[in-house]
Design a protein around this ligand. Structure first.
Ligand code: ADP
Length: 534
């Protein structure tokens, strides 16, 4: 994934110059059913739910609603697909990698070419995120994640261990089995890939629930998983003569659109799901860990909230710091667990930093997310909108200085102006609570020691950033920060190769990179006693 945010033209960074790709009109949404065993199913309880375009508040379509019975069916299919002797288990590991590459190829194809299948357009319609950001950042990141884990599939292996010579001792890395995944609405496609790519690379099978607000791109990927790959010129059989090349075997990936309290809870507490990976709020993360503990002690990885500190020292490249911290605050309408929501600026440059931040914010283009010039779209739904507006009001009441924005755009829309508060104090609600909206809070500090303590005084510990031209300072401050990621002179610089996850209440475990492989494998030790040694 590229770094993200907006440039002077109001276009996301990492996005090439004109001519821009254009969104294509989605005539009809084709895939709205539950995807189990490579087939489309209607809801067991006969229910559907609507999904809306947040930019217009108009319904896009109805989607079949999965509940406990549908999760049970999906788990059954996933269990059968992954059992010993199954096609998926017998497949050469490199063939698994090839299937992941094929899925990435099909996503490249559907990035723009097919009107109905244009993934970034669907993502923009369902989430309200600006089209070019969906095209260049979400799609790019999703495809890169698939390709990264495609490469790992045949390189995941154990070791032989140096024990007393009358034994041979070795380790094998085996799949965990059925992996559940529950994902949020802010990066629907990207989070889908962060979950399924490492799980499949390690040979597991998956039951995944997209968020109820944004099921459409996940279901489109279901259709790609189902698609034969002969059209891409890949042979039908592998060297062992196995007919493994006709796409993913049924049941390897199952997609259950539905609500958290029903389908999500059924995944978290299922006795035949051996691992669950969750991205979302800290409160729901706690419920999932509890359900896992009370059911079958399934393994749990959690990627939760953040209240992420950025520390801007007086010796920094000031314009760079202004732009990067603001991208961090406003990217994806602030709907990021990585949002740069606490910006601590050294006193001597504070006023200039605030002045330039306001100037920078004026260049943001708010509008129709399908317009390639737009860099700022709507919030996802009314609930989030109301929560953000309430926090903005609290900031005003508690005495922070509203420097820019602070209001809704239009009468009944879900758009909120990019908002900047200065003179924010640590005790205020906007300084402590995760806002998940386009609100930048700027604090001032006087000493390094003081700012480290303040940065760490949060229950969260997801990411942080340091802006300085002193490498010495960058290294010592990054060592002191209690977060899973520290960015130096940059923000939101995420890569498929680099682990991502939080300290403290921001989560457990790591996604991405080689580190995620350990979260999706069981290690088996096999010890052989030799009858004779020489
Ligand atoms: P947000 O508040 O941002 O919507 P949530 O943490 O509520 O974030 O939702 C993230 C994901 O967790 C969604 O897919 C949602 O359906 C799911 N979810 C919500 N509540 C539960 C629950 N009790 N058990 C399992 N999954 C849940």
């Amino acid at each position: 994934m590229a770094q993200n945010g907006t440039t002077e033209n109001g276009v996301a960074d990492g996005i090439p110059a004109l001519p821009f790709p254009q969104p294509v009109k989605v005539q009809e949404v084709r895939h709205t059913k539950i995807f189990i065993g490579n087939e489309w199913h209607t809801s067991s309880r006969g229910r559907t739910f609507p999904t809306f375009n947040p930019a217009t508040c108009v319904k896009i379509c109805d989607v079949e609603e999965a509940d406990k019975e549908d999760v049970d069916k999906a788990v059954e299919a996933a269990k059968a697909a992954g059992q010993r002797g199954s096609l998926w288990r017998r497949m050469d590991a490199s063939s698994r990698g090839r299937l992941l590459h094929t899925l990435a190829d099909l996503m490249e194809r559907d990035r723009l070419l097919l009107a109905v299948g244009s993934l970034p357009t669907l993502e923009t319609l369902d989430t309200g995120k600006p089209f070019l950001q969906a095209f260049f950042i979400d799609l790019e990141g999703s495809i890169k994640t698939l390709r990264y884990y495609a490469g790992w599939a045949d390189k995941i292996h154990g070791k032989s261990l140096p024990v007393d010579e009358s034994f041979v001792c070795l380790t094998k890395h085996e799949p965990i089995g059925v992996c559940g995944a529950i994902i949020p609405w802010n990066f629907p496609l990207l989070m889908f890939m962060w979950k399924i790519a490492p799980a499949l690379s390690c040979g597991n099978t998956v039951v995944i629930k997209p968020a109820e607000q944004t099921p459409l791109t996940a279901l489109h990927v279901g259709s790609l998983i189902n698609e034969g790959i002969t059209s891409l010129g890949i042979p039908h059989t592998n060297m062992s003569g196995l007919p493994s090349q006709a796409g993913f075997p049924p049941g390897v990936v199952n997609i259950v659109p539905g609500f958290g309290l029903t389908a999500g809870a059924a995944i978290a507490s299922h006795m035949d799901i051996n691992k669950v990976a969750f991205t979302g709020s800290t409160e729901v993360g706690q419920l999932i860990k509890e359900a896992a503990a009370k059911s079958n002690l399934k393994r749990v990885t959690l990627e939760l909230g953040g209240k992420n500190p950025c520390i801007v020292f007086a010796d920094c490249d000031l314009q760079l710091a202004v732009e990067e911290t603001q991208k961090g605050a406003f990217y994806n309408q602030g709907q990021c667990c990585t949002a740069a929501s606490r910006v601590f600026v050294e006193k001597s440059i504070y006023e200039e930093f605030v002045r330039r931040s306001i100037e920078n914010a004026k260049r943001i283009v708010t509008g129709d997310p399908l317009d390639p010039q737009t860099s700022h779209g709507p919030q996802i739904d009314r609930k989030q909108f109301d929560k953000i507006m309430d926090l903005i009001e609290s900031g005003k009441k508690e005495g922070a200085r509203l420097e820019y924005g602070g209001a809704a755009v239009g009468e009944k829309s879900l758009f909120i102006e990019p908002t900047i508060f200065s003179e924010v104090k640590d005790h205020m609600r906007i300084a402590k609570e995760e806002i998940f909206g386009p609100v930048q809070c700027i604090f001032s500090f006087e000493s390094q020691q003081e700012v480290i303590e303040r940065a760490n005084s949060s229950k969260y510990g997801l990411v942080s950033a340091v802006f300085t031209t002193s490498m010495d300072r960058a290294m010592s401050v990054s060592a002191a920060l209690e977060t899973g990621t520290v960015w130096i002179n940059c923000y939101n610089a995420l890569h498929a190769q680099t682990p991502f996850g939080g300290y403290k209440m921001s989560g457990n475990g790591r996604e991405l990179g080689k580190y995620a492989l350990a979260e999706y494998s069981e290690v088996k030790a096999v010890t052989i006693k030799l009858s004779k040694t020489l």
